[in-house]
Design a protein around this ligand. Structure first.
Ligand code: PMP
Length: 361
């Protein structure tokens, strides 16, 4: 055991890992339950042969950035790609955070915003959402006014609570925030609205708006580790400055570029999951649980007649793994289930009914 101390500010900080357990039905990490399209797999395996594996990949990821820019009707200078959207967030915090700077978040929200900020020695200031997990604009205004954060993080739809922020809310935050407004849209394609439209506009602050997206959810490509941001070219340059050389490997660049040819399949998959989300929500409405509306591929709920930890364990005993959020700040007794295939969702609902019946018998 080495006695060399880690940085003082890291002492006591644990790494971020989703707890895993063996289960037949895995509904705990918000991945897509659907395989990517067969056509994409075929094209990928054909084109893999053409990669010069002895050479470093294109450091600029030009082809991928060009394809993403075309997809969003933007310029390639407005797109930055990295290993999952977590690395995009890390680059933003390396470039704009750091000692003496602060970022704002609104709890409960995606834990990595706080975590990566802490890793980069950035101060985190936070406000609470309303009891039904919307942004409270008075809280937002007060926090932005008092702490003047360099980045204000929104998460839309918000993980783990589910709701998306409508464009007028994002516009409001953009008008009040002194720095960048980073909207994490990891689940954006499941939602009825996106802040992407505001990137195209020339409204106040649109040059400070950054949208972060991922291939891990709707694109069924979590194994690839590919995420990106769209924003002002100056933000893209700043992220380029802090990214390691050749950080995005050639296979991932290729996989992402080819995936964009299959956007129809991605959208069809998202539509299926939205249907299933509606089915889960309707079933939960008949059970003794509190739920919140979701614009994402997961649903947050709170069992009312049995302890959340017990329900989670009952489900695992039925080989259904969901996420136990019951000890997270602001999420007392809450559990989160990812929308799976209809068979997986049936297994989840059956196991949940059994657990809740046990609780009342
Ligand atoms: N943002 C949010 C809100 C997420 O929920 C996740 C995944 N859990 C990510 C970003 C990171 O996704 P990835 O690194 O796989 O792109």
């Amino acid at each position: 055991m080495t006695s060399v101390p880690v940085r003082d500010d890291l002492a006591g900080l644990a790494g971020y890992h989703s707890p895993q357990a063996n289960a037949e039905v895995r509904l705990n990490t918000n991945e897509s339950p659907l395989a990517p399209p067969e056509g994409w797999l075929n094209e990928l395996s054909d084109e893999l042969r053409r990669i010069d594996f002895n050479r470093y990949p294109d450091r600029e990821a030009s082809a991928l950035r060009g394809a993403l820019a075309e997809f969003h009707d933007l310029d390639p200078t407005q797109v930055f790609c990295a290993n999952g959207s977590n690395e995009v967030l890390q680059c933003l915090l390396l470039a704009y955070g750091g000692a003496g700077r602060s970022v704002a978040i609104f709890e409960p929200t995606y834990a990595l915003h706080r975590h990566i900020a802490s890793l980069t020695a950035t101060t985190v200031v936070s406000g609470w959402r309303t009891p039904d997990y919307r942004l409270d604009l008075d809280v937002v205004d007060d926090l932005l006014e008092s702490s003047r954060p360099v980045i204000t993080f929104l998460c839309s739809p918000n993980n783990p609570t589910g709701r998306a922020d409508p464009p007028d809310v994002v516009r409001h935050v953009l008008e009040r925030a002194p720095g960048l407004v980073v909207v994490d849209e990891a689940y954006g394609q499941f939602a009825p609205c996106s802040a992407l439209d505001l990137v195209h506009g020339d409204g106040p602050g649109s040059d400070r708006l950054v949208i972060v997206r991922t291939f891990s959810k709707t694109w069924s490509m979590a194994a690839c580790r590919l995420g990106y941001l769209v924003g002002d070219p100056a933000v893209v340059d700043a992220c380029d400055t802090v990214a390691l050389p050749y950080h995005l490997d050639a296979v991932t660049q290729l996989a992402g570029r080819l995936a964009l040819r299959h956007a129809d399949a991605m959208e069809a998959g998202a539509a299926v999951l939205k249907e299933e989300r509606g089915r889960i929500a309707a079933a939960l409405a008949e059970l003794p649980v509190q739920t919140w509306p979701s614009d994402a591929n997961f649903v947050l709920f709170r069992p009312l007649a049995r302890a959340a930890g017990q329900v989670w364990a009952d489900l695992l005993a039925s080989s259904v793994l969901i996420r136990d959020c019951s000890t997270w700040p602001g999420l007392d007794e809450c559990l989160r289930v990812t929308v799976g295939t209809s068979e997986e969702n049936d297994r989840f609902l059956a196991a949940l009914r059994l657990s809740l019946e046990d609780g009342t018998s």
